[in-house]
Design a protein around this ligand. Sequence first.
Ligand code: PLP
Length: 406
Amino acid sequence: MADAPKLKLRSQLIHPSGTVPQGFRSLSVPVYRASTTLLRAADVFDHWDQSRYPYRYGQYGTPTVLELSARIAELEGGTHCFIAPGGQAAITLIQLAFLSSGGHLLMPQSIYSSNRHLADRLLTRLGIAVDYYDPLIGAGICALIQPNTQLIWCESPGSVTMEIQDVPAITAAARARGVTTALDNTYSAGIHFDAFKHGVDLTMQALTKYVGGHSDVLLGSVTTRQRAHFLKLGEAHQLLGMSASPDDCSLALRGLQTLAVRLSQAEHNCLTVAAWMSQQDEVATMLHPALPNCPGYDLWHRDFTGSSGLFSVILDPRVTRKAVIAFMDALHLFKIGYSWGGVTSLVMRYEVPKRLGGVPDQTLLRFNVGLEDTRDLIADLGQAFAVLRRHRPARKRPARKGRGSK
Ligand SMILES: *Cc1c(COP(=O)(O)O)cnc(C)c1O
């Protein structure tokens, strides 16, 4: 074979002929970045399903992205998984793949707030009707299913308010009526709750939380066992341009290796901190699914294999907003910020929803308990409660009692 002609500098920089030694092996998944994927021939056609039509375009995933989707599918006991650029993107992927104009969506009142905003502001604009049901409705969901119901969403425990849902009862009712079900399984990280065993069709996670685990990446996943759902999701994933960055996926792949260890430490830390918190006079109601007198505990005990690092408390209505803010500002180790599932403890302030019996200005605090030493976390909370107690309580309001008590 004749030698290739010597290239000029600019061409040589783009078509180099240097080589590196073969045979490299390591424990990490390589980061393959690509928009263009080299095709083997000129007559191939475009298709998102790269398991059948190998590597067509970077948008459908490089091997790094597909490695993550295979590992999430394995973790959740599914057969197919799509990676999205965030948990909210994974939610959007499901909603737009399974809903159409004239259709009807059922969502729990305890739903993650951005999912609620998507439904109220965008899905209704597309002609999709949305109804919110009591998260503790169980088999009673039957009465809310309409002929045009296309999707029933579950989230267990609920974001912020922590209700555990009777997912098997809801999915059984949905199946009897031929309605697809989706579960936001972020809390359990795909470990503590087996979505498919409990009848769910589609399970999604914000990998941003426990899988990423270090507060530095945004990713989401949608997993299914059904080929028909895989095809629907794949098409929507392509049409919506839901590609995830291989660099981000490599962080999630690294996080996955310590996921189980981190989660069990978070569970232990959280239970320790929650037990201390439940003894504080200002705490009216504990919202932690693994505490026996919390709403939904029986379902948690029946269906879950563990709990995570998240809990909420409803404060006594006499604790003023000013006192709560002073408490939060006084914390050193608990940082103030959205999201959760990382190594750092966090706290966020919410109003108690009316459906939980909240009165105006009554505070709910949500804690993400991280991987610090719980003795330090409790000391931090203790000194912040001392600051809170310097504020005079509000005059007693006629408080409606929240569900459950500490
Ligand atoms: C954070 C979160 C999401 C969204 O995840 P992002 O990656 O932040 O978009 C979805 N569901 C639940 C329950 C969450 O906590």
